[in-house]
Ligand binder design. Structure first.
Ligand code: UGA
Ligand code: MN
Length: 251
């Protein structure tokens, strides 16, 4: 069973962003999608979208608590707590293995990320991520199957220099720990990814790199895309006829 955790929040492009992700995840077997609304309550348009995937899902609302950055940290923390209390029901009797992946709602995912990489993670899987801010690709440096460093620009000496989209963790590791995304790991100290993986008790030697050895034939299975916000004045006066049906944008 693959558990995908996705924080999400209201914005103009949220429905199309989540729709792209839903259309990908709907093709993956044995996947449970946990979506956490950064807001006071769940949103009906998102419920409908999740139902249409036919995937088992959990949708809950946890507005970012004071002291947390508004970038999904609090929502992932609440999801970790939920998983640690409900993993048996989520896995069901036919599954013994689980793998957790933090998939943000705006990235672009190749189905093979789930079927070929995440599904096979025994402890800590890691892979390349395309379009990371100022570089085409960020990836672990791999020699003879071992990670020796990272091809990244920002803070390359971090123990785990990887974006949220570039790793997945076996559920056993998650259940043997109480690590969450706390408030102490701010930018200067590294990043939420390296703090969390360190807090889980993981080491560099635990990394299983996927698709990183031959640079030439490397394919990218996940892209850190960012959808630009259209320049629309959010006022009904600005809307030409016909107006979109209510709920189209999940507001
Ligand atoms: C990058 C990483 O890709 C994130 O995984 C990481 O959490 C973030 O940096 C960080 O610095 O902590 P980036 O693409 O810049 O993230 O950020 P977003 O995609 O805007 O946000 C990450 C996730 O949090 C998304 O799923 C987004 O929907 C959610 N989010 C964002 C909220 O739940 N609330 C917000 O107010 C903003
Ligand atoms: Mn993003």
């Amino acid at each position: 069973m693959i558990i995908v955790v996705t924080p999400t929040y209201k914005r103009l492009t949220r429905i199309p962003d989540l729709l792209r992700m839903a259309n990908t995840l709907a093709h993956v077997k044995d996947l449970h999608w946990i979506v956490i609304e950064d807001g006071p309550q769940i949103v009906p348009a998102i419920v409908k979208l999740l139902k249409r995937t036919n995937l088992p899902y959990t949708y809950m609302a946890h507005k970012t608590a004071v002291g947390y950055p508004k970038r999904g940290w609090y929502q992932r923390t609440m999801a970790l707590r939920f998983i640690r209390s409900n993993w048996e029901e989520m896995l069901g009797s036919e599954h013994t293995e689980g793998v957790l992946y933090f998939g943000d709602d705006d990235n672009s995912y190749d189905i093979r990320l789930f079927t070929d990489y995440i599904r096979n993670v025994k402890k800590l899987g890691m892979w390349a991520v395309g379009l990371m801010y100022d570089v085409l690709v960020e990836a672990p440096k791999v020699t003879n199957g071992t990670v020796t460093g990272y091809n990244v620009i920002w803070h390359p000496t971090r123990k785990f220099a990887v974006d949220m989209a570039g790793y997945a963790v076996n559920l056993k590791v998650i259940l043997n720990s109480i690590a969450v995304f706390g408030t102490s790991c701010q930018r200067g100290k590294g990043s939420p990814e390296t703090c969390f993986l360190d807090d889980l008790g993981l080491e560099r030697e635990d990394i299983e790199p996927f698709g990183c050895e031959g640079e030439k034939d490397r394919e990218i299975f996940v892209w850190h895309t960012k959808t630009s916000t259209p320049n629309i004045v959010q006022s009904k006066k600005n809307q030409t006829k016909p107006v979109p049906p209510p709920d189209t944008f999940g507001y």
